[in-house]
Structures are given as structure tokens and as C-alpha cells.
Ligand binder design. Structure first.
Ligand code: 3YE
Length: 202
């Protein structure tokens, strides 16, 4: 199975969805380590409960982004990680780390990219008045939220929606899209081509 490392910053609901996917006998993925940049978050408890090793790499303890990313990289290497999933991980990664892990680094974003990059994507969608929102799982490129798209799922925007209700509907879509994307990449059905576009196995 493909050895997966998951990076988190918070509650870890996407981590939970990935864990449940790896429990299926047909899964090509096994999560070998969960790394959080914040100590004490609920996602660390979810990992421990699932019997997965955890590490905290607190960004506040590092003098530079390069040193923080270097430590993340060392932990990933220590565990023999082959694929990294950013599951609600809220740090921008340096070009050095992104380049080293090109084609092996996935992120989930709460909009239908390329619309609404950056933070508060759900609020941006409401303010734009779109009637369809959703989530995107993409390969991580140095430019944030700009990497090749692997899976998207659309959800409706309802007239009564608030940021909270829309965010919850998008989150539920993420819990289907992210495991699906992890499976596509870990099974070799999808990979990143040298030109930055994805390639589907024929
Ligand atoms: N890094 C690169 N490319 C990507 N990280 C993520 C996706 C992605 C990536 O496509 N190179 C907003 C975080 C954005 C932000 O400004 N974060 C701050 C820290 C804020 C905090 O700690 O709460 C920062 O300075 O990094 C993952 C998603 C990143 C979301």
C-alpha cells in the first residue's frame, strides 16, 4: 500500500474521512503518520484513536519557514511517506518542499477552483452570489491553490445560506472528494505529468 502522511492544523474531520477510506480492504493507501503544526488539536486525538503515530511540529518554535518545512520533511522521510495529504493544514509551504514532493502532495480547498482562492473561500462565494459552490482536491504547486485539479464536487448555494451552513455543506463534499482523490493517486490511476497537468492511466 502507498504510505500516506497527513498534515493537519485543527479538528481533523477530513483526516477522519481519509482514515475511514483506508479501512476499506480495497484501499491502496495506509496512513503512517499525522503531523500537526498546532499542539493539542482534536485531529491528533482522532489519529491516536485510530492507532496512527502522531507528531507535533509547532511552527511557532521555528525561526524561519525553511526550518519549519525542513522538520516536516524529515518526519515524512522518517516514516517512509510516499504521498502527503494536507487536510485542513493552514500553512503555506516553501517552494523547496513543494518541489521536492511534486506529484506527491495533495490539498483540499473549499471552492470550485480556480474561483475563490485563498482564505474565506465560502464567504467569497456568498459575496459573489454564485448558486453553485463546492470543493477541490488538487496537487500542491508553489503558487497557492493553483496546482492541477484531481477531483471536484459541487454543492448548491441556497438562498437561506450563511457562511456556516454553506461551509458545512462544502465540508461534507470534502469528506467524499478527498478520500476519492487520495485513492486515485495512491492506486496510480492519476498522476501529475511533467507539464503540470494530470495524467489518467489508460
Ligand atoms: N502551500 C503552497 N501551495 C499550496 N499550503 C496549502 C496549500 C498550498 C500550500 O497550494 N505553496 C493561509 C493559509 C492558506 C495563510 O496565510 N497561512 C499563514 C498561517 C496562518 C495560520 O497559521 O493560521 C501562513 O503564513 O502560512 C494548505 C492550505 C493553506 C491555506
Amino acid at each position: 500500500k502507498t504510505r500516506v502522511g497527513v498534515l493537519i492544523s485543527g479538528t481533523g474531520t477530513n483526516l477522519q474521512a481519509l482514515i475511514e477510506q483506508t479501512r476499506r480492504p480495497s484501499s491502496s493507501a495506509q496512513i503512517v503518520v499525522v503531523i500537526s503544526n498546532r499542539p493539542g488539536v482534536q485531529g491528533l486525538k482522532r489519529a491516536a484513536l485510530a492507532g496512527i503515530q502522531t507528531r507535533v511540529v509547532d511552527h511557532k518554535l521555528f525561526g524561519s519557514r525553511a526550518e519549519f518545512d525542513g522538520t516536516i520533511d524529515r518526519v515524512l522521510e522518517e516514516f517512509g511517506v510516499e504521498l502527503v495529504c494536507l487536510a485542513g493544514f493552514m500553512r503555506i509551504l516553501t517552494g523547496t518542499l513543494v518541489k521536492k514532493w511534486t506529484g506527491k502532495l495533495l490539498n483540499v480547498h473549499p471552492s470550485l477552483l480556480p474561483s475563490f482562492k485563498g482564505v474565506n473561500a465560502q464567504k467569497q462565494a456568498l459575496e459573489a452570489g454564485v448558486r453553485v459552490a463546492g470543493c477541490t482536491v488538487h496537487f500542491v504547486a508553489e503558487e497557492v491553490d493553483a496546482g492541477a485539479i484531481i477531483v471536484q464536487e459541487a454543492v448548491p448555494v441556497l438562498p437561506t445560506d450563511t457562511e456556516e451552513t454553506l461551509s458545512e455543506r462544502i465540508r461534507e463534499a470534502e469528506h467524499r472528494a478527498f478520500p476519492a482523490a487520495m485513492e486515485l493517486v495512491s492506486s496510480g490511476s492519476v498522476k501529475l505529468g511533467g507539464d503540470g497537468h494530470i495524467i489518467w492511466r489508460s
